[in-house]
Design a protein around this ligand. Structure first.
Ligand SMILES: Nc1ncnc2c1ncn2[C@@H]1O[C@H](COP(=O)(O)OP(=O)(O)OP(=O)(O)O)[C@@H](O)[C@H]1O
Length: 223
């Protein structure tokens, strides 16, 4: 199998506190993998390591066979949604996405508009991002993650703060991305969503990444 993402012996410490210990993870191209765990267990740190936003204390990360920090600094062709993305507050949502799209210059304004419409944002809305609600910012972040049609998607809590209709829409978008054989890494505190969407599920407990067992499943289903 061709692996889109590979983590070998990844550990991460912050000021001597070991958040992640010897993580091994292989994600095949086209797979959707869910990561669950309690608050502060290290899910976001794991995702930031894969995106190249945080450097591991030890171990190796490969994205499409390329070693992060050696062959590449940042993984290319990865759509990222990490909570509370930073935007230029005085720009509209569309202008923010236009600004970000200009970095790689791969997509047209029409594609940006389409991504915004998919998550229920009006690209013609001139409101500044500083006046956006939390849910609108969340939608903008998801539009950003999917707008370039990347084949790897890292989605950290994509369902947070969404109204019911947008939550359903985002779930449908993820299902559609799965059908298109995208590789997706997903977290959510709603275990039912993870179970519905993911081919494989792992738990982070005490810094270790372990496959979901019935014991953990019962624990998460209670929530
Ligand atoms: N830059 C940082 N400096 C120091 N500690 C950090 C840093 N980033 C994360 N941590 C610590 O790493 C641990 C894991 O945090 P992380 O955000 O990955 O948790 P999480 O599983 O995503 O939690 P939640 O479900 O609440 O979002 C926490 O103890 C957090 O305080």
């Amino acid at each position: 199998m061709v692996y889109a993402i590979e983590l070998q012996d990844i550990s991460k410490q912050f000021s001597g506190h070991e958040v992640l210990k010897n993580i091994q993870l292989k994600i095949g191209q086209g797979q959707t993998v869910g990561i669950v765990g309690g608050n502060g267990s290290g899910k976001s740190v794991l995702f930031k390591l894969i995106c190249g936003f945080v450097v591991p204390t030890s171990g190796q990360i490969k994205i499409r066979q390329q070693v992060l920090g050696e062959q590449i600094d940042f993984p290319e062709g990865v759509g990222v949604f990490i909570n509370e993305p930073g935007y230029i507050e005085l720009f509209s949502g569309f202008k923010n996405l236009q600004y970000l799209a200009a970095i790689t210059n791969r997509i047209t304004d029409k594609q940006i508009e389409k991504a915004m419409q998919l998550v229920g944002l009006n690209p013609k809305n001139k409101a500044k991002v500083k006046d956006y609600s939390l849910g609108m910012k969340q939608k903008l972040g998801i539009a950003q993650a999917i707008m370039e049609n990347q084949d790897i998607l890292i989605l950290d809590e994509p369902f947070n703060a969404l109204d019911y209709k947008t939550y359903q829409d985002v779930k449908e978008i993820i299902k559609h991305l799965k059908e298109q054989q995208k590789t997706i890494l997903l977290t959510s505190h709603h275990f039912a969503d993870i179970e519905e969407l993911c081919d494989e599920i792992f738990v982070i407990e005490d810094g270790e990444l372990i496959p979901l067992t019935d014991h953990y499943k019962k624990q998460f289903m209670k929530k």
